[in-house]
Design a protein around this ligand. Structure first.
Ligand code: ADP
Length: 684
């Protein structure tokens, strides 16, 4: 009896020992699995590991890790091994899912015991002896099932099933983590794509102002590859260090609400708007996220708009003044020319008269040029002569050149082809270049004479150019890449706007040409080049000559002259001049006091020539020219319209009337030529 009891005790000890060893083995295996799984956050890898592992661990022939998709989606075999290996990657049809679907739906372990009396059961279409499916459940949701089949040692024992459940629980937790990780990674990728797609530069700077993160736009702005931006001192790199930026960042760190700042970066040659906000988080204490916008173009546009508005206002003012000045100038120039023609008593007086006449004409040209520059309407394309532009520019700036003791040399190429463009805009470019050159040479305190050379010509490729050369200090190499940027200026505050060259560049570019620096050392040379206009590209160049009645030549022996002249101009000085001009050899000039009276005279008799200010008012709202042409259309060929109003819309109206047309102040010769042409056509 005692021996039996002892043997039983030994047997029990043996079995406990065996059980202990087995449990230890399980524990180690589970540890091994945990270790394997903890290595990876990649979903694919995890499921493959689990499928492979359970075959060895549970002594089965086949395994499947099945995952559910979104609600309603079919069950997918994420990994399969052993006898099920071919299932990997497939989705299961409802009739194949069997115990897998049941384990998932009921969230409980499902077991199929071998039953020799029935046909072999199927799992996912495969015949099996036995099978078990444990739900993969973590954080309260079931994401799939872990399935094993055909235990090699016969039916599944309780320990086997318990182990299967334990492995499934482990695997589920790791799978859930991997899914979270995937979500976060996808979110992060989305964010980074967005971050890089933004056109504003964004940087995250740490407590020392070093860049920790940056987007592509910021790298582009800094003209550096993205990786090399990390670690840079943000403020120094963007604006070359500025107390304003430091203050902005400090305010952001302190959490103070502050609007952004707009700051000129000499380093980048751009105008930037910088906004900063604090970045919260344990690791990022004292960090800021900064938004850097390039507002250069926007600002330039605004300034140009304001500038345009100003120009329009100035233009209106100047048009008015010009109109007022043109009448007196007409009579000064005309009367002095008349006196000259009459033959003044002595040479000295003749000389005085010549000076008066010349100066009046010059004043007239200045007035007209002022208008050219004040006018700033929509682009008005036509054929443009660069020689003409150069001459007009000199006329405007000539006085300043003299004042600053600058020698000007002009080399105009004869027979220069026209270019197609807006005369006023192109003139502005030349004026800007010459103004810059004047400033540059005036800057030069040396004894050498200040010199500017202005030339025109045609380069290879049929490019027509204006070249502006100066002997100033030239352009420093480090400035060369910035000079065409808006707001870049080396001049003192209040002196330069930094807009001249950038606006000029824009104008020339719009015209399909090129504005470039030809030489930057030992004085600067700027070149504006535009393609020559093709022959069929409009013929505005000849426009003036083709205006009705404009004299083609002033030659001729004794030109015919009109006898009976009606003058409609309310300015007494102009009346006096025209009277003087035409009151010879029996010519008669009638100058009624107003346009209404002029109409009455026309009703009563006929005239050979009508000289009229077209805008003289007959009655409210009706101009003399309108009334004249409506009532006596046949007088169109006998009429010369003379006006000092040079606004483009007036010009257009006049040209539409089809009469001869002269702009005040005009040359006497011009008026005479038209008069004799009209007289000639009547006598013949
Ligand atoms: P601003 O004249 O108002 O400064 P610009 O855009 O016309 O603006 O010119 C920008 C800068 O280019 C000038 O400040 C000057 O440094 C440089 N620059 C332009 N023209 C010349 C020149 N002829 N010689 C030397 N430097 C020049």
């Amino acid at each position: 009896g005692q021996r039996r009891a002892a043997r039983r005790t030994i047997q029990e000890v043996e079995s406990v020992r065996y059980e202990l060893a087995r449990r230890l083995g399980e524990l180690f295996s589970l540890q091994e699995l945990a270790y394997l799984l903890s290595e990876s956050l990649q979903l694919d890898r995890i499921v493959t590991q689990v499928a492979r592992y359970v075959i060895r661990f549970l002594d089965v022939k086949g395994s499947v890790v099945a995952l559910t998709g979104d609600a309603g989606a079919p069950i997918r075999v994420a990994a399969a091994d052993g006898s099920f290996a071919t299932l990997a990657g497939r989705t299961l049809q409802p009739d194949e899912a069997g115990i897998i679907a049941k384990a998932i739906a009921e969230e409980r372990l499902q077991v199929i015991e071998p039953n020799p009396r029935e046909a072999l059961p199927r799992v996912a279409g495969f015949e099996v002896q036995s099978a078990a499916a444990a739900p993969l459940r973590a954080h309260g949701t079931t994401v799939g099932a872990l399935v094993v089949a055909d235990h090699t040692g016969g039916p599944f024992r309780d320990e086997d099933l318990r182990l299967l459940s334990t492995v499934a629980t482990h695997a589920a937790i790791v799978l859930a983590n991997a899914r979270f990780f995937d979500l976060i990674r996808a979110g992060k990728e989305q964010w980074e794509t967005t971050f890089d797609a933004l056109t504003e530069g964004i940087a995250v700077a740490d407590e020392n102002g070093r860049v920790r993160r940056a987007n592509r736009a910021l790298a582009d702005l800094l003209q550096r590859p993205l990786p090399s931006v990390i670690g840079l001192d943000l403020s120094a790199e963007v604006v070359g260090d500025s107390p304003d930026v430091s203050t902005l960042f400090a305010a952001a760190r302190a959490g103070a609400q502050r609007a952004g700042i707009t700051i000129q970066s000499d380093r980048l040659g751009r105008l930037l708007r910088i906004t900063a906000a604090p970045l919260r988080g344990a690791e990022s204490d004292g960090w800021v996220v900064a938004l850097v916008e390039d507002v250069t173009e926007q600002k330039a546009l605004e300034t140009q708009l304001i500038q345009n508005e100003k120009m329009v206002a100035v233009g209106q003012l100047v048009s008015g003044v010009a109109h007022e000045l043109n009448n007196p100038l007409t009579s000064i120039a005309g009367l002095s020319e008349f006196l000259l023609e009459q033959g003044a008593p002595n040479e000295r007086e003749r000389e005085h008269l010549r000076v008066i006449q010349e100066q009046a004409e010059r004043a007239g040209r200045i007035v007209r040029n002022l208008l050219t520059f004040a006018r700033k309407g929509p682009a008005d394309y036509g054929d443009v002569d660069f020689n003409d532009i150069v001459q007009r520019t000199i006329m405007l700036i000539g006085y300043e050149l003299k004042l600053r003791d600058v020698q000007l040399e002009i080399r105009l190429s004869p027979n220069l082809p026209a270019v197609r463009g807006d005369r006023y805009e192109l003139q502005q470019v030349v004026l800007n270049l010459v103004t810059n050159a004047v400033h540059a040479v005036a800057d030069n305190p040396g004894e050498k004479p200040r010199r500017i050379v202005l030339s025109t010509g045609v380069s290879q490729g049929n490019q027509v150019f204006v070249r502006v050369e100066d002997n100033g200090p030239g352009i420093a190499p480090e400035h060369l890449s910035h000079i065409f940027s808006p707001f870049f200026t080396t001049k003192d505050e209040g002196q330069g706007t930094g807009l001249g060259l950038s606006i000029s560049f824009g104008i020339v570019e719009r015209h399909g040409g090129r504005l470039s620096v030809e030489r930057s050392a030992g004085g600067a040379v700027f070149l504006m080049a535009l393609p020559a206009a093709t022959r069929d590209g409009g013929a505005a160049q000849g426009a003036r000559a083709s205006w009705p009645g404009t004299p083609q030549s002033e030659a001729g022996a004794e030109p015919p002259s009109p006898k009976d002249i009606l003058l409609v101009d309310e300015d007494p000085a102009v009346q006096r001049m025209i009277r003087a001009l035409f009151s010879r050899n029996g010519q008669r000039v009638e100058a009624p006091p107003d346009a209404e009276e002029a109409v009455r005279r026309l009703e009563s008799r006929s005239f050979d020539l009508i000289i009229a200010d077209p805008r003289a008012a007959v009655s409210a709202g009706e101009s003399f020219a309108t009334v004249l042409l409506k009532r006596w259309p046949e007088l169109r060929s006998k009429t010369v319209l003379v006006t000092g109003d040079v606004r483009p819309e007036i010009n257009e109206w006049l040209m539409g009337l089809g009469c001869s047309y002269l702009q005040k102040p005009f040359r006497i010769a011009e008026l005479k030529a038209i008069a004799s042409k009209i007289a000639g056509s009547q006598s013949s």
